[in-house]
Design a binder for this molecule. Sequence first.
Ligand SMILES: [Zn+2]
Length: 111
Amino acid sequence: MIRLTKQAHSLHRLELDDITIWFSYETPVAFEITGNNVRCNNCMKQYKDKDLLTCENCNTDEYLMDTPYGFKITKNIWSSTTGKHLNMINSDRSIRIENHEFIKLLTEALE
Ligand SMILES: [Zn+2]
């Protein structure tokens, strides 16, 4: 499944099979993992295959945790319009993370 939804002027939501990404203008500002992800609790590498039993990165086989990233949203480092978009996506400012961290997590989620 892939679907692009316009939620407001210059705010779009892109839904893919296992991730939804919100864009303010052309910039990703929030995402939500909707698939079955696992993460190695030893080296923190993220995997999309829930049935994987051994971490390919550190060879650990007992620390794979069912810990999806869930919902992530960046702090606003842009315009007040993007600030409004962020509030529309989720108004809880306490969950917003630094943009460089957000980009890092989104990049990992898309690997
Ligand atoms: Zn590992």
